[in-house]
Design a protein around this ligand. Structure first.
Ligand SMILES: O=C1O[C@H](COP(=O)(O)O)[C@@H](O)[C@H](O)[C@H]1O
Length: 262
């Protein structure tokens, strides 16, 4: 058994945001110092709204968000046009990119190539090439090591678009995988593979609301939960993984949470 993940709990999403900010800024600063760029993978779902609360605020002396140094990739994406209501890009744009105040800089964003909406295998291959360009050319690595992955946890324990029981969880070579039959709509998607997810240099999960409490209990308190996609990231990512949750999301969870602090 490796080192356990960190579980940080706060009364509400608003109270969670400053600690999430500190976590992201620490990852940003370490990455910029190491290679002068911050490569971050973001999820859709409920995450972008909480992330906006963490990032799009005045610095209170804890450091600056340097969006000019950010390269934003998608931990998963739905095979829909970029302005479609199901698009994770659209969500991140609406919640964060369109609201970045002047002076925080402009990130480089890497959306999917919508030329391949009808061919998710090709879309995944092309997105993998985007990652090869951004990571391998620079670092000659076998896997893209994201400076930070910001992940969500679905009520079934899925993360990225890696769903419980999916054969995709066994993939060891590909960095980006296609999905044609996602149990959650829309069915066609691409996703980072599990090894890419758990090799993140830092991995932050955000889970808020009472709708997450049953799955959180399963992931943190049961052996079966460790086999769910979120549980697998916990096991393999060990203490590189930090969860930011509100109290309703961990009601009844026995695993020890640090309450109200990072
Ligand atoms: O379908 C998806 O769901 C997950 C979880 O979403 P949440 O709303 O329960 O936070 C999300 O992380 C992923 O990016 C998205 O495509």
């Amino acid at each position: 058994m490796g080192k356990p993940p960190n579980l940080y709990a706060f009364p509400s999403a608003d109270e969670l945001a400053p600690s999430l900010r500190t976590f992201v800024l620490d990852a940003q600063n370490a990455a910029i110092e190491r290679h002068n760029v911050f490569r971050v993978g973001v999820s859709g779902g409920s995450l972008p709204q909480v992330l906006a609360k963490a990032l799009l605020v005045e610095s209170n002396g804890d450091g600056k968000v340097q969006f000019d140094k950010w390269h934003i990739f998608f931990a998963d994406e739905r095979a829909v046009p970029l302005d479609h209501q199901d698009s994770n890009y659209r969500l991140v744009k609406k919640e964060i990119l369109d609201k970045i105040p002047k002076g925080m800089g402009t990130p480089t964003v890497h959306p999917i190539d919508v030329k391949y909406l009808d061919d998710v295998q090709e879309m995944a291959d092309q997105y993998e090439k985007t990652l090869v360009g951004a990571f391998a050319a620079r670092d000659s690595v076998k896997l893209p090591l994201f400076d930070l992955l910001l992940l969500g946890c679905g009520p079934d324990g899925h993360t990225c678009s890696l769903f419980p029981g999916s054969p995709l969880l066994r993939e060891v070579d590909a960095w980006v995988l296609p999905i044609s039959d996602s149990p959650k709509p829309p069915p066609k998607r691409i996703t980072l593979s599990l090894p890419v997810a758990y090799h993140g240099i830092r991995i932050g999960f955000v889970a808020t609301g009472a709708g997450k409490k049953d799955i959180m209990k399963q992931i943190f308190d049961t052996e079966e939960g460790a086999e769910l996609p979120c549980g697998l990231v916990n096991t393999k990512g060990e203490d590189r993984v930090s969860w930011f949750v509100d109290y309703p999301a961990i009601e009844g969870v026995a695993f020890p949470a640090r309450r109200g602090s990072l």
